[in-house]
Design a protein around this ligand. Sequence first.
Ligand SMILES: Nc1nc2c(c(=O)[nH]1)N[C@@H](CN(C=O)c1ccc(C(=O)N[C@@H](CCC(=O)O)C(=O)O)cc1)CN2
Length: 288
Amino acid sequence: MMAEIIDGKAMAQRLLEETATAVEKMRVEHGRTPGLAVVLVGSDPASEVYVGRKIAQCRKAGIRSIEHRLPATVSQAELLALIDELNADSEVHGILIQLPLPDHVDAGLVLDRISPAKDVDGFHPVNVGRLSTGTGGLVPCTPLGIMVLLDSVIDDYRGLNVVVIGKSNIVGKPVSMLLLEREATVTVTHIETRDLPDVARKADIIVAAAGAPHLVRGYWVKPGAVVIDVGITRVRDHDGKTRIVGDCATHELDHARAVTPVPGGVGPMTIACLLSNTVKAAGTADPA
Ligand SMILES: Nc1nc2c(c(=O)[nH]1)N[C@@H](CN(C=O)c1ccc(C(=O)N[C@@H](CCC(=O)O)C(=O)O)cc1)CN2
């Protein structure tokens, strides 16, 4: 039997529609339009695509987006000055700095400068701390999206074994916190983990976020497990064409209960959750 394919594209579309409804309600009831500042440094082609999609989705949902495109040579001081300006702007409820940043910029310093209340990416230490103590705050978009996808196939996480592959600050660590909040038993694995296939095979849920194409093979996955594929790697085929592949060899996962596709799984949810975080930030902001 084939595994169920969790349709991230359709679920993202639904969330975007709900967000548009919430934006309209906020406008009518409070006279406030959520505003998202999108900062792109340099011209990384993938970042250009993602930023373009974020802005297009904002437009559709009725969120005001304010785009700041800076050259790759921008100084750290200039970037910090822009963030100070955006922090002080009452029309800006969310600030997004598209990653990666150029090497000469200290990304940690830049992200820490964003006001935690406007940190719609959930990367600021205050929001990281809130997430790890289960005390609210803004949660990173990809992990939020993963939970929406998982909730579509799992009612009760209590006692389930989850193996997270990858310990990044953007995905691995925050998704582990969200799963712990649901009383799952979470094992976070990484490049140094011994016998990773054996560890993975014990999982009821695998979240693969290693950035390693087709790392997770069929024999890593227990029959009936749910597999969330977070990897997005562009590879070049024999014919010279590029295509996007995930961290999982999905064609070997017929025995899984459900899997997310790449593309069309976690990626679209990341953008939808950014918009819903922006509305959340606008809803908690002080009146202008
Ligand atoms: N400030 C941030 N920077 C980055 C984040 C982030 O959450 N915040 N995540 C990634 C990039 N990203 C969003 O910014 C992102 C990546 C992929 C997708 C997506 O929809 N992917 C498609 C496939 C790719 C394609 O079609 O080109 C899919 O999976 O279907 C959306 C957003 C790093 N930077």
